[in-house]
Write a protein that binds this ligand. Structure first.
Ligand SMILES: [Zn+2]
Length: 895
């Protein structure tokens, strides 16, 4: 038999096992719908992986979702369910385009002077080069995906799905094009969705100025703004209809500062009388609220910014100035003109681009939108009626809230990398052609003078189709029919709206079914102090470094066991280190058990006669199996992992393995059946642990299987040894036979006695391993203790020959250390065993401290304190002194 390495050498194992699993076809679903004997009635378990950005390198967020989904998939696979985990990557529009532009920029090339076609070629080349990096890294985490079903959001079949979805929505009247208020990113030069805008509280100013009456220039309405440059686009001043201060102005005209355009004073209940001056300048083209007011009052909409956020020709003399430059210039000019009242420091929410960081400008722009209301209603219904279950449940509220207040989704992006919008404009009849296949002619007038919309779709449009487009939709493929709807959508709560909600809405719209039955949202990983990890803080933990240093299993176990649904977790390398130690613990337990297989007989002579320890570990194992099953059912994967860990390290390694050493040394049937229990418990633990730590468990299990097969068939699992642990059967608890509870209770009492003796030994600094004589007064537990005397002796390092076990005792030995635990009295004869020199040193030190306390108290009690303080206080101090003196005397006697 092969001897195992002293420690688990993960670097030799991980890649080899992954390749073996993959080549053996274990990542592929059983009951494949494309196989001839496919059974459509067997329910599969399917997860679509959150597609990683092709631009990305692996970070802990990936480690989290890959480990969690792999756990779910491996668990179901071991339960015999046909499982499919669909992998893939996302083209990540803006992110990728920026990366490629940066790369070109380093060579002095801009995307504009390269041209669209060449730029797209460059981006594809870039994707070919770097896109597979992330999937290689995901493999390294042990992901048991079916790589033959890998997809990329710009693949031909997925592009076809995107086209189909767009055309269907358009034909249904759910897609429209129009001028709307959008968020413009001047840095990225594209519209971005509401979700891509972050509001940051920043220090700024509130600028107060005069809106002078057109027909009475000496009178004015005071107005305040945080963005003076937008004054150039004002088309009204609004006041509250019931505001007495301003009622007389309603219906009259005021003059836009510097430009001297006449605009009306209107009344609108939206105006907050308490805020600022109680009057509001209205810029419908550059503020979403003003836009709504503009629509209500039919106001003119004047845009004053261009795509670079410079002032356009409507800003007259300010045209060409940058927005912030204009702010200064205009304000100076207004000061000179006597129109300024004051400036006041003011903190306000500034909209910034999530990706670029620059200030977003609300602008009116002609874009493509999806009417979300009907889609959102269907999405709300699916969660309300339980077709979709969100874990943890509290996120249903967040989900409902967002969908109830949903805005139309701006889906056009002014980018080059992505799915081009399938709309062609006709130069002759001005109509649009929307088509599944690229048209050669206008569908209205047959003209060939048509041109495709230059914009691409928001990246999330294609991700929203992901669970079914990756299975073949819109074609009714066997995969789509069998694997859809998928079972589980596992992802971070931070993309609930971006992605999860949109998949639900699109799934319902296009397939008539929910795309998945359960949404499991995991939390984010923070550093050990609970801080968000970021490059600027320098607290980022690179999962690749961690895996290199401590192994994939250690990293996986750490993120899995630290997580509870929906809650953030703190991660430190220390935690990973202790889980690497756990992997080693498992390995060493395996080494020991393989060794016992060598020493024990290969078959028994008689039927088993189980010891209390055998029965106890078996009963505890059954408990564990049931608990893990229940916890998995409640999505408490972290807690399940913790319980397996505790069982393995505590019950199994610290207790049973130690007792087993004694039992094996007895030889004969005792040794055979002990080894049998060791093998069965280890095999079961490896199965339970496999979804958490697939590599060390597979490797060790392989050795266990081989060693058992060499020796005997007696220790094999019920159905025989499977080909690999990853496809081995998941443990099922056997039904209770009635004896279990009592055995667990009895053994717990033995554990308590052993622990109490160990504590007393530690207190007295008895060197470990030193055998101690003892008297155990068992009372009514005499039979239990009699049967477990050897266990207690071994586990508590008692002196077997000088150990006395009695039911009662007449005279308690006064020179021995007494310990009382669960009704059992224990007298330990420690006197001769204690390291006397060390013990003396300890006692001397204790005495020294006591004596200084005594001196302090004596001084105090001889001082005026004794007369002045209240008698009970003085009395208390005297008693304290007496106590100290008594203890000091005892210490002196012992020394
Ligand atoms: Zn036409």
């Amino acid at each position: 038999m092969k001897e195992l390495a002293k420690t688990y050498e993960f670097s030799n194992v991980e890649q080899r096992l992954y390749q073996w699993w993959s080549e053996s076809g274990y990542f592929k679903p059983t009951n494949d719908p494309q196989s001839p004997n496919h059974n459509p009635d067997q329910k599969p378990y399917v997860i679509s992986i959150p597609p990683a950005n092709v631009t990305g390198g692996l970070h802990l967020g990936h480690a989290m979702f890959v480990a969690m989904e792999d756990l779910m998939i491996r668990y179901q696979r071991m339960k015999g369910v046909p499982t499919l985990w669909v992998p893939g990557t996302d083209h990540a529009g803006i992110a990728t385009q920026l990366q490629v532009e940066k790369m070109l920029g380093a060579k002095g090339i801009t995307r504009e002077n390269l041209g669209r076609e060449k730029f797209e070629q460059e981006t594809w080349a870039w994707k070919e080069k770097y896109g597979s990096q992330i999937t290689r890294q995901i493999r390294r985490l042990g992901a048991s995906c079916d790589w033959d079903r890998e997809h990329f959001t710009l693949d031909d079949d997925l592009s076809k799905a995107v086209r189909e979805a767009f055309v269907r929505l358009y034909e249904k009247g759910l897609i429209y094009r129009g001028p709307r208020m959008i968020n413009w990113s001047p840095g990225l030069k594209t519209a971005v969705s509401d979700l891509e805008v972050e509001y940051v509280e920043e220090a700024g100013f509130l600028y107060f100025f005069k809106y002078c009456l057109a027909d009475e220039p000496t009178d004015f309405i005071p107005v305040a703004t945080t963005r003076p440059e937008t004054i150039l686009g004002d088309t009204a001043v609004a006041v509250h209809p019931e505001d007495e201060r301003y009622q007389k102005y309603i219906g009259r005209n005021v003059l836009v500062p510097i430009l001297n355009r006449e605009i009306p004073v209107i009344a609108d209940e939206y105006v907050d009388r308490e805020f600022g001056t109680g009057s509001l300048k209205i810029t419908p083209s550059h503020d979403p609220n003003d836009y709504e007011i503009g629509l209500r009052h039919n106001l003119e909409m004047i845009s004053v910014l261009d795509k670079d956020a410079r002032i356009n020709e409507n800003g007259e003399r300010y045209a060409g100035l940058d927005r912030f430059e204009c702010r200064k210039q205009l304000w100076e000019d207004m000061k000179t003109a006597g129109l300024v009242i004051k400036e006041q420091p003011y903190n306000h929410q500034v909209p910034r681009s999530q990706r670029g960081g620059e200030i977003i400008e609300p602008m009116i722009s002609t874009q493509w939108f999806i009417r979300m209301r009907p889609l959102a209603d269907a999405g709300l219904e699916a969660v309300r009626d339980g077709r979709i279950n969100i874990v943890p449940e509290r996120f249903s509220k967040t989900y409902n809230n967002w969908l109830e207040n949903i805005q139309d989704w701006c889906i056009s992006r002014q980018l080059w990398w992505g799915h081009r919008i399938p709309v062609w404009y006709c130069a002759d009849c001005n109509q649009v052609t929307v088509a599944r296949e690229d048209p050669a002619r206008c569908s209205h007038c047959d003209s060939t003078r048509i041109e495709q919309d230059p914009d691409v779709l928001d990246t999330w449009f294609s991700s929203a189709l992901w669970p079914f487009s990756t299975l073949g939709w819109p074609d009714k493929t066997p995969d789509l029919q069998y694997f859809y709807p998928t079972a589980m959508m596992e992802t971070g709560y931070d993309i609930l709206f971006f992605w999860v909600a949109r998949m639900i809405m699109f799934g319902l719209e296009f397939t008539g079914q929910v795309p998945f039955n359960t949404v499991y949202l995991h939390g984010l990983i923070r550093d050990e102090h609970g801080q968000k990890m970021s490059k600027t803080k320098g607290n980022v933990i690179d999962p690749l470094d961690v895996m290199e240093e401590m192994g994939t299993d250690a990293l996986r176990f750490t993120v899995l066991v630290g997580s509870t649904p929906g809650n953030d977790m703190n991660l430190s390398t220390k935690k990973v280190e202790s889980n690497r130690n756990f992997a080693n613990k498992v390995w060493n337990a395996g080494r020991f058990i393989l060794g016992t297989l060598e020493r024990a007989p290969q078959s028994p002579e008689k039927a088993p006669d189980w010891t209390l320890a055998d029965s106890w570990i078996w009963a505890r194992l059954q408990q564990l199996i049931r608990d893990v099953e229940r916890l998995f059912g409640n999505y408490q994967y972290g807690e399940a992992g913790r319980q397996i860990y505790d069982f393995f390290w505590g019950d199994f390694a610290d207790w049973y393995l130690e007792i087993a050493k004694q039992q094996v040394s007895e030889g004969g049937d005792r040794a055979y059946y002990t080894v049998h229990t060791l093998v069965r418990v280890l095999d079961t633990c490896l199965r339970l642990l496999h979804p958490f730590t697939p590599f060390v468990t597979e490797e060790l299990w392989g050795h266990l299987k081989e060693a058992c097969q060499e020796k005997t068939s007696g220790h094999a699992p019920k159905g025989g040894w499977e080909d690999a642990l990853m496809i081995a059967a998941w443990p099922e608890a056997i039904s209770l036979e009635g004896w279990e509870e009592e055995k667990i209770r009895d053994f717990s009492q033995i554990q308590e006695i052993v622990r109490a003796i160990r504590n007393a030994r530690t207190d007295k600094k008895v060197p470990p391993g030193k055998r101690v004589p003892a008297i155990l007064v068992a009372g009514d537990k005499i039979n239990l203790l009699r049967s477990q005397a050897a266990v207690i002796t071994a586990m508590a390092s008692l002196d077997g020959e000088k150990m006395q076990l009695v039911e009662t005792i007449v005279e308690r030995p006064s020179d021995q250390t007494p310990v009382v635990v669960s009704g059992v009295e224990i007298f330990l004869q420690l006197a001769d065993l204690v390291d006397t020199q060390a013990e003396r040193a300890r006692l001397s030190k204790e005495l020294e401290e006591l004596e200084s306390q005594i001196t302090r108290l004596e001084t105090l009690l001889n001082s005026p304190f004794a007369q002045k303080a209240p008698p009970p206080v003085v009395q208390k101090e005297r008693e304290k002194l007496a106590g100290f003196q008594e203890t000091a005397q005892k210490l002196r006697d012992q020394l």
